[in-house]
Design a protein around this ligand. Structure first.
Ligand code: HEM
Length: 324
């Protein structure tokens, strides 16, 4: 056994130095992670309600920082026929939520600066998250500029997942300090730790396929504006079938993994709970996918489907960072 493992603390390691400042950074990082997850849901709500172009410009909305309250408030150059008050304010609230997350990220970075000497990795990580958040804001502007082009929407989704992964990494670093991953105990049988890595990549591929399905549906609608909603999926072709088939494989793999992990004696109670959470999320995700397919894409299920996908990714990534 490595000598460091004999010491008390997380899986045999002492807690990192930094005391209450480190604990405070962990709490702020947790709040920022949860806020980022909520922002993904708000973004999905905007998309499902068709409010994505509710503000036709960026960073302003109809040329103003606070959008118009009625059609009379519109600037003379604005197209009055396309103005929709509810959609404008939905998109504006999405932007405010984005600003809130941006503020939380800055707060996290500031807290990370105060413990930079206790754990060398925290500040560069927090700074990376802050830069990525700024970049994500700029990409959000491109999404508006290119009128919700599916490629930019997909880039926007993947950057959100990357932000989530880095925030979880930061949070875990506040628990483990500078101990390199290679020196941590796995906390689960090595085979399961390897399987978890594969599952994580598998879920990322499935999310990418989902984004391709969504982008494909948008093209179908643009090219056939009169096509009834229940014909959208059948018109789409093979990408939707691949997404559905891989979903079966992913669901079985996550359920099998969770069952094995929950039964392993090496697993901590928290990791077991995380394993069951992943099992619940994949089952619910599968169910929402079936619902989308069967009931011709109800907007509520569109929001639930993307929300559950981001939660599943976050839980699998958290489990992965807790082990080697
Ligand atoms: C089980 C794992 C699954 C994962 C991780 C997953 C993930 C995703 C993601 C991330 C999207 C993109 C959503 C967006 O960008 O707004 C998506 C879209 C979609 N998925 Fe899945 N999915 C899964 C299972 C399924 C299943 C089983 C079905 C059908 C039986 C399905 C049907 C769809 C459909 C129809 C869309 C397009 C929805 C839209 O346009 O809003 N999915 N999926």
């Amino acid at each position: 056994m490595h000598p460091a493992r004999a010491r008390p603390g997380f899986r045999g390691f002492p807690p990192p130095p930094g005391g209450s400042s480190m604990d405070s950074l962990r709490r702020v990082a947790t709040v920022t992670t949860v806020a980022t997850l909520l922002l993904i849901t708000v973004g999905a709500l905007v998309r499902a309600s068709g409010a994505g172009l509710g503000c036709p410009d960026w960073p302003h909305c109809y040329g103003r920082w606070v959008p118009p309250l009625s059609v009379e408030d519109l600037p003379p150059s604005a197209d009055r026929a396309t103005f929709n008050l509810a959609k404008t304010w939905t998109e504006y609230l999405n932007r405010l939520a984005g600003v809130l997350v941006g503020g939380l990220v800055l707060w996290t970075t500031w807290r990370a600066w105060s413990v930079r000497k206790a754990a060398r990795r925290v500040f560069p990580l927090a700074l990376g998250i802050a830069l990525l958040t700024g970049f994500q804001g700029w990409i959000g502007g491109l999404v508006v500029k290119y009128e919700l082009d599916p490629r930019w929407v997909t880039v926007h989704l993947f950057l959100a997942l990357l932000m989530l992964a880095l925030l979880i990494e930061l949070r875990e670093t506040t628990r483990l300090g500078d101990i390199p991953q290679s020196r941590r105990e796995a906390g689960m049988p090595p085979l399961l730790a390897r399987a978890l890595k594969v599952l994580l990549w598998f879920s990322v591929i499935q999310i990418l396929l989902g984004a391709l399905v969504r982008g494909g549906l948008e093209v179908v609608v643009q090219e056939n504006p009169d096509l009834p909603r229940d014909r959208w999926i059948p018109t789409l072709g093979s990408v939707e079938l691949i997404h559905r088939l891989l979903a079966i494989a992913l669901a079985l793999a996550v359920l099998g993994f969770s069952w094995r992990l929950a039964r392993s004696r090496e697993t901590s109670a928290t990791d077991r709970r995380l394993a069951w959470t992943a099992a619940f999320l994949i089952a619910a995700q599968y169910g929402s996918g079936v619902g989308l397919h069967r009931w011709a894409l109800p907007p509520t299920l569109q929001v639930i489907h993307i929300t559950l996908a981001s939660w599943l990714f976050a839980v699998l990534f958290l489990l992965h960072r807790r082990v080697r």
